[in-house]
Design a protein. Structure first.
Length: 408
């Protein structure tokens, strides 16, 4: 099976059901992994121009052996967990120097709670029945997990705890891609805030979020959190309640993305999406002390709206399930171009939801019109490539055109 370039694998995640004693062991593993990562990162960041090279994975692994002999706290933990944290850090630095990822950052308590197991130790997984399986975690023992899907053939797994206190185990494996229907159909997907995804077929899809009652409860908890004393038990309980609501929202978003992407790759041969730079689009407008930003509060609301729609996860899962069948199109002028006559003008977009071409008077939903333009760009690019030429989808810059005079 072919694997897309730069692809690191997809995880199959399951819900762990540890006992209270096992939770203590898992939390200790998380502390050890976080400590080794931060300690190794601190060593790497100490390098300055003109100084000797900082220790790499081999040197740090040898230092870990000496540290375990000197420190009972480290010796009581699993060397597999601690060593793998250093190996993951080394891989993160290699990815950074290769330009594939950003620079490694510090891991924080209650945020980065997890550790990874790789190698023969990760093969100790058994199926108990149709609903349950179990995994043998070093120095913790056998832990049951809910068998919500078929177990993949994986050589590593990661145990993590989210902010709601739920433990999960995720197996890294290469999934089989979903086969194309073979109809030759092309669909364009326009991502938005009021409408999460608009298809060129006219379908409008909305990502489920918290209900109005749940949103009111979240605001109430946020007010209580602002008044709670730092470090108090009351503050911890409020944070845990907030985390459960956030986890519920994230679960609904992920479930919606999984269902929608599976439906799309089964119905269409080619899927076109805008090549959006989401990280840049959601940057804060706060500015600096010397040059403060403008409309900071409005931009923060827009950023939250974008992130709540799962734009990045949607395209990521499409590319996982249908490699080589997802085309990225430059987003320039897709919302201002008439899909009927090709006329480009800012005045075409009357409002967030209404598109009315000033040239041919074509009317449509603005998001659907943009999705049709995306599908047309993908289809045109594929047609050019089929003739043996080189096409860059959406690369040509189309200037706004003057509307022709209308004869009564």
């Amino acid at each position: 099976m072919s694997v897309p370039s730069g692809w690191l694998g997809v995880v199959s995640r399951y819900r762990l059901a540890p006992t209270p004693a096992q939770v203590s062991g898992l939390q200790e593993h998380c502390r050890h992994a976080r400590y080794m990562w931060n300690l190794g990162l601190e060593q790497r960041l100490m390098w300055r121009r003109g100084r000797p090279a900082t220790p790499g994975y081999v040197a740090q692994s040898a230092q870990l052996t000496d540290a375990r002999a000197a420190e009972p706290w480290l010796r009581s933990g699993s060397q597999t967990v601690q060593q793998q944290a250093l190996r993951d850090l080394d891989r993160a630095w290699r990815n950074f120097y290769a330009g594939a990822h950003g620079r490694p950052t510090w891991r924080r308590e209650n945020v980065h709670e997890g550790f990874r197991i790789v190698g023969p130790v990760a093969q100790r997984v058994e199926t108990l029945n149709q609903k349950w399986a179990r995994v043998l975690i070093p120095k913790v023992g056998w832990i049951k997990f809910r068998l919500s899907r078929r177990l993949p053939d994986a050589k590593s797994y990661r145990v993590s705890c989210d902010r709601a206190g739920r433990w999960h185990i995720a197996f890294a494996a290469v999934p089989e891609p979903i086969q194309a229907p073979g109809t030759g159909d092309v669909v364009g997907v326009d991502r938005g805030v009021s409408v999460s995804a608009a298809l060129s077929t006219g379908e409008l899809l909305t990502c489920p979020n918290l209900s109005r009652g749940e949103q009111r409860r979240v605001k109430h908890l946020q007010r209580k959190l602002a008044k709670a004393q730092a470090g108090s038990n009351r503050r911890g309980k409020i944070r845990a309640s907030l985390a459960r609501f956030k986890a519920r929202e994230a679960d609904r978003r992920k479930n919606w993305v999984e269902q929608m992407t599976t439906d799309l790759v089964r119905r269409f041969d080619v899927i076109g999406v805008e090549d959006l730079r989401i990280r840049g689009m959601t940057n804060s407008a706060r500015g600096t002390r010397d040059v403060p930003g403008r409309n900071v509060r409005q931009k923060a609301v827009l950023n939250r709206g974008i992130l709540a729609q799962g734009w990045g996860l949607l395209v990521q899962r499409l590319e996982h399930k249908a490699p080589s069948r997802v085309e990225r199109v430059k987003p320039a002028y897709t919302s201002q171009t008439c899909s009927a006559c090709g006329h480009v003008a800012p005045e075409n977009r009357e409002s967030q939801a209404v598109f009315r071409c000033v040239a041919c008077r074509y009317e449509a939903n603005a998001d659907v019109n943009a999705a049709v333009n995306i599908a047309q760009n993908v289809a045109a690019g594929r047609a050019v490539n089929a003739r043996g030429e080189t096409a860059v989808l959406g690369s040509e810059k189309r200037e706004p055109q003057l509307a022709p005079p209308i004869v009564a």
